[in-house]
Design a protein around this ligand. Sequence first.
Ligand SMILES: [Ca+2]
Length: 296
Amino acid sequence: MRLPLILTLLVAAILILAAFIYYYNNYSDIEYLFLQDQEFETDTSASTRKWLPLNRTPQQDSFSIVDSGIAWLRYYGQSASVWGTSSLLQGELPHNWQNHSSLIGGKTLSSAKEVEGIRFDRLNLPRNGSYLMHARARIINRTLLADLSNMSEAPKANVGIALYCSYTVDGKESNYSNPDTSITTALHLDIFFSSFSWEATTFVEEYSRHLTEGTPPWDSDFHIALTPYTQITNVGSWAVLAIDMNWALSEAFSIFSENGYDVDSITVRGVQVYVESIGCLIEAQIDYVRLEVLED
Ligand SMILES: [Ca+2]
């Protein structure tokens, strides 16, 4: 009677060990997205700059620069009907819009190499709390500009980081660089550091967790917007955020699923830090955006 019991225990132990090895190997296969010049140390005036200034819906008194260790972004959003952005780009935007420098990826920041994209699989995401985005930023100015009677929606002002991704459905990858903006080919994943909307007489915090589809002629892509639990609320003082990338990536896949899209993986191909607004002035500074992988 004893031998079968020992055998059973032995087999159970081997199975547990095999499961552990499988689990560990799977996770250790993950490659992580990092950023070049995540401390903003190379000024945008330098030819070796890693971040490219961009301005969508250009307006007077708007700019995006990296200077003396700080990314400084300002968008003067007078329009009552059109969003605009001041941003800094690294990597490639969808539809062949623009590209600059290169994202880096790998198992650690020190071993990360230039890559076209970093893929995250729905069924094999970085563990909860193991992959963090730290950002230090402050809002310099947030002011209502538009005449409220002309507004088609509430004036809004956001600061954040956008991950531009191709995606796969049933293993088939979207045609990220397709210049035809009437075709859905990309995910724009917006993670807000600060998100405010004008209500009656004041700015109030917005908490986003939704998917929208782009409006041509801009694009027809998927846009997922996420606000972390803690965001920058006051104007003037520096704030430090720690965003769990497991949360952001898991939420993106959940939101796709809730909207009926069965997406298996996303591949980050471009990143922008930005301010954006409609009907408001928004000005912010970012000291760093550090992506960090924690050891076991
Ligand atoms: Ca810095």
